[in-house]
Write a protein that binds this ligand. Structure first.
Ligand code: URA
Length: 239
């Protein structure tokens, strides 16, 4: 049996003090019964905890979807530049979350942060081939020949061999969707530069089963929904 305040704090959503206040205000229920004292105990395996009627999943890990803005590093700390961790509240920073993979400083869009090391490892494993979809704006126009070249698997100027990738020109071809199954350094930029269409802006829309929430403004974050977590964890635990 675990203390209910401890279970709620472990989600990273609330500090100990905030949990106390939620309980005092009668907003927490365990199996449908209002929790009267923060130190009440429950079986973490079976209890159904709710706050304001909404179910709270008390998993040992936290999963956060961030809309990464341009100008911040995909790192946990840096001496002089802001990192994605600086966009999270202190109670989440304290949990030791880290970004799953990296986006360049000027790349925007979907970034997953978690403290679930095995899941992150699984998602990043080259064997896993988790699709990542980017929206790129290029200097020039991409066309069917570029799509065919990426589909065949590009070899970059330095000899780097890329796995076959998807490219779908949009509108007049100055923007396109690029789908990668791996994550080499500056990969989208290097592939499109190799085709003579340098990337002007890059934005990640999707990673595996996760799609960037359109309601999240740049710099904003939210916890994954239980369904997103289930889909993601189903992917990660088969390595
Ligand atoms: N490819 C790039 O070139 N940059 C990113 O940030 C992600 C993929």
């Amino acid at each position: 049996m675990d203390r209910i305040d401890k279970l709620l704090c472990s989600t990273g959503r609330w500090s100990r003090r905030e949990v106390k206040d939620l309980v005092r205000q009668g907003r927490v229920a365990a199996d449908g019964r209002t929790v009267l004292r923060p130190e009440e105990k429950a079986d973490p395996e079976t209890v159904r905890l709710t706050v304001d009627g909404a179910e709270v999943v008390c998993s040992p890990f936290v999963y956060v979807m961030l809309h990464k803005p341009a100008g911040v590093l995909s790192a946990t700390e840096d001496r002089s530049q802001p990192t994605v961790l600086d966009l999270l509240p202190p109670e989440l920073k304290r949990r030791g979350l880290f970004p799953v993979g990296r986006l360049d400083k000027d790349t925007t869009g979907l970034l997953l942060l978690t403290d679930d090391g095995p899941l992150a490892h699984g998602l990043l494993s080259p064997k896993k081939h988790v699709d990542k979809v980017y929206l790129a704006r290029v200097d020039g126009r991409v066309d069917g020949a570029d799509a065919a070249a990426l589909a065949a698997g590009l070899t970059l100027g330095d000899g780097t061999v890329c796995l076959p990738a998807g490219l779908e020109p949009l509108g007049d071809g100055s923007t396109c969707l690029v789908t990668l199954r791996e994550g080499k350094y500056h990969q989208v930029k290097r592939m499109l530069a190799a085709r003579g269409k340098p990337v002007l802006t890059l934005h990640r829309l999707r990673m595996g089963p996760l799609t960037l929430d359109e309601g999240l403004k740049p710099g904003k974050w939210r916890f994954l929904t239980p369904q997103e977590r289930a889909e993601l964890c189903g992917l990660g635990d088969t390595t």
